[in-house]
Each structure stands twice: as C-alpha cells, then as structure tokens.
Ligand binder design. Structure first.
Ligand code: SAH
Length: 392
C-alpha cells in the first residue's frame, strides 16, 4: 500500500477525527499509488494516522476511511451503510416517510449521500474513493429499505473535480417519476431526478414542525419557500394567512401544487419575487406579519466571501424585523458552513440593535438529526436556525 506523509503541523486536525488530507498538507507520497487506491496516512516520523483513498486530482487528496489501524474492505463499507440506516430509525415519526439515510463523512462514508423519499431512494456517490463501492452501497440500501426504485444520481458537477463522469440511472426498479413524500403529515410532490440537491430539502423537517407552535391565528411570511415547507406547516398549524415567496417559477409552481394537495391553498398566497425586494416593498407599504421565516440559499460557498455574506444576512434580517410588530417572531436560517454559528447569531442580533429594538432568543436550532454532525468534522454542522421574538 502507498503511504502519504502529512506535514508535522497538520496532524492535529486529522488526529481529532477530520476525514480529509488536503493536497497542501502532504509532505511526500511513497509507493506511487494510483488515483482510487487505498493508502496509509502517516505522520512525518512514520506514525500511522489512518487509511483512506488517494486521489491526486482532488484538493482533498486523501479521504480517510479509518483513523488509526483497521482494515478497509467490503465488510467495513457494508456495515457502515447498515449502521447509517439503523441510526435513522431513532427518528422515525408517523406522518414522515422520508429521511437522509447517508450523510457522507458524518456517516463515515465520504462523499456518499442517500435520501429516502417515500418508496424511492436517491443515491449520490461524489468521491472517487467511494465510486468502486457504488454497487455494494446501492445493493445494501435496496436490501434494507426495499424501495420501489433506487436512482443513482451521479450528475453533480462536483464529480468532475474528482475526475468522475456525470450520469444518472435507475440502479434498481423503474425510473422514478414524480414521487409524493410525507413530512410532518403533509404531502409534497417531488421529482427525484430533477430539483435541487437530491430533490427536496429534508434537513428542515424539525424546524418546519417547530414553526407550528407559533402560528395559530397569525399572519406568516415565508421567504425562500422552495416547495412550500414552512408555509404549508404554518397553514397546517392554524395560521390565518400565509404568504410564501420564492424567486423560482418552478419552486412556486410546486409549492402551490403542494398546498392544493394538502387542502391548504385557500390560506396561502404565493408570490414569485426576489425576497430582498419583496420585503423592502412590504416594509415601505407598512405591511405587518406576526411571524417571518427566512431560509435563503447559501450566500457564501467559500470563506473568502464571508464579508459579503454577512452583509446579505444583515440586510434580509433587517428587512424581516421591520415587518414584525412587538411580540412578532423571526425564524432565520443560514445553511452555509462558512458562516459560523456565532457570526450568524451576532449578525442577526446586530440587526435588531441597529433598529433600536430589543429581542429575545427563543431557540438556536440546527439541521434535523438524520443529517448528523461528526465530532472533529465541523463542516458537517452547516444549518443554523435562530428563533427570536421582538420585545418592542
Ligand atoms: N425554505 C425551504 C428551502 C429553501 S431553499 C424549505 O424549508 O424547504 C432556498 C430557496 O431560495 C430556493 O427555492 C431558491 O429558488 C430560493 N431563492 C434563491 N434566491 C432567492 C431570492 N433572491 N429571492 C427569493 N427566493 C430565492
């Protein structure tokens, strides 16, 4: 087996459980491993740190599969898939038939994502290292979940960075067409082969549910609604009126269809608009809502863009707060790993301060636990969900 030697100053992160060795951290490579080969990762004086898959084409040159000693083989991969699926059973709820089954590194399966949407499983293998186990992972999932279809959605452009081709095919069963999933007792039609990410955002399901306790008889604004997640839960929770905004025609069309499917369309109005502009206009028109939800896409995909992202979060949170009277509730989100939780909270609270208003923190929440956070791998904690009440 080839050996990748890591520079002295870079050992700690790996020793603490981080699963990546960056190209820039490598002191030398012995034994001329080919891309996709297993390699040992060692410290400068030969101490074994772990075993992983080598890919010189990627900035993440080694993805570790075990830390310390231990064999990497089919049995290991299969047992990790089984453990990942078993872990999700803790969170099974009546009224919810969908979950993230594998969350990449956080399930010790680097670059592997699997979502279950009702009776369809969508699998993505995004790293060269795991590509060779695609069949094993897919077969194990079929065995455990017994889906109608398993769709291999290997069409994420990120695969190109790993030197992998883009394709999409049904691994098992027919091509899934439109699929209806259930979350918190609500039905959503999704297209597992189209749509963003693997088709639907499952990470917000607990926050969707949490919203319900604040909405009885209230007016709710859901900005960045996508398929209507927060808006439908607001209406189902008894909101008197809900407005849902998204910039994408396709998202709004789907959100509308989902509202109809659940018999909620008479209590939700949908707007196709830029949420930044929409909130500003509503502010000028002195519109008021009791609850405002903000769930924008990641403003920053890199650390260097953080300043711009902070300004973006500040701006939408200022606009959202302006729509809230005393007692009003803001549920505000950031799904960018590069926006640290603390910076996000400070940014939002500084918006209240700029407006000269007092606010109380109700809760600081996160992604649903089927998107687990791996100790030593902070990248796995990406979703911040801050709930505030305006006190004046
Ligand atoms: N709140 C959703 C997920 C939101 S994903 C849920 O709970 O499931 C982010 C959404 O923001 C996408 O649907 C995208 O179309 C939309 N979006 C991106 N930029 C926008 C903008 N400037 N104004 C309004 N919507 C925007």
């Amino acid at each position: 087996m080839g050996v990748v030697r890591v520079q002295e100053g870079r050992l700690r992160r790996i020793a603490e459980g981080h699963p990546w060795v960056y190209r820039t951290e490598i002191e030398g490579v012995d034994g001329a491993p080919a891309d996709g080969d297993l390699v040992e990762v060692r410290g400068p004086r030969g101490k074994l740190l772990g075993t992983g898959v080598y890919n010189a084409k990627s900035m993440l040159t080694v993805r570790l599969l075990v830390h310390g000693g231990g064999d990497v083989d089919d049995a290991l991969i299969e047992s990790r898939v089984r453990k990942a699926v078993a872990y999700r059973s803790y969170f099974a709820e009546p009224g919810t038939d969908s979950a993230r089954l594998i969350f990449g590194e956080a399930d010790l399966l680097p670059g592997v994502i699997a979502d279950r949407f009702a009776d369809v499983v969508v699998l993505q293998v995004l790293s060269l290292g795991m590509e060779r186990w695609t069949d094993l992972i897919a077969r194990t999932l079929v065995d455990l979940v017994e889906p109608r279809s398993l769709l291999l959605r290997n069409d994420e452009p990120i695969r190109l960075k790993e030197g992998l081709p883009l394709y999409r095919r049904a691994f098992f069963g027919p091509e899934p067409g439109e699929t209806v999933l259930q979350e918190n007792g609500l039905k959503y039609a999704i297209d597992p082969a189209g749509g963003q990410k693997t088709g639907y955002y499952l990470d917000q399901k607990d926050n969707h549910d949490y919203l319900r306790r604040f909405v009885e008889g209230k007016r709710v604004l859901d900005c960045f609604t996508y398929f209507g997640g927060f808006a439908l839960n607001a209406a189902a929770g008894g909101a008197s009126e809900t407005v849902a905004v998204d910039i994408s025609d396709e998202a709004v069309a789907r959100a509308k269809a989902n509202a109809e499917r659940n018999g909620l369309s008479d209590r939700i109005s949908f707007v196709t608009a830029n949420a930044f502009d929409y909130m500003r206009e509503q502010g000028r028109a002195k519109a008021r809502y009791d609850v405002v939800v903000l769930d924008p896409p990641a403003f920053t995909k890199s650390h260097s863009a953080l300043e711009g992202a902070i300004r973006g979060y500040k701006e939408i949170n200022l606009s959202g707060m302006r729509l809230l009277p005393e007692g009003g509730i803001l549920a505000t989100h950031s799904c960018s790993y590069h926006m640290p939780e603390r910076t996000f909270v400070e940014t939002v609270l500084s918006a209240a301060n700029d407006l000269g208003r007092a606010a109380r923190v109700i809760a600081l929440r996160s992604q649903a636990p089927d998107h687990p956070v791996l100790a030593g791998y902070p990248e796995s904690h990406y979703l911040k969900s801050l709930w505030l009440q305006m006190l004046d």
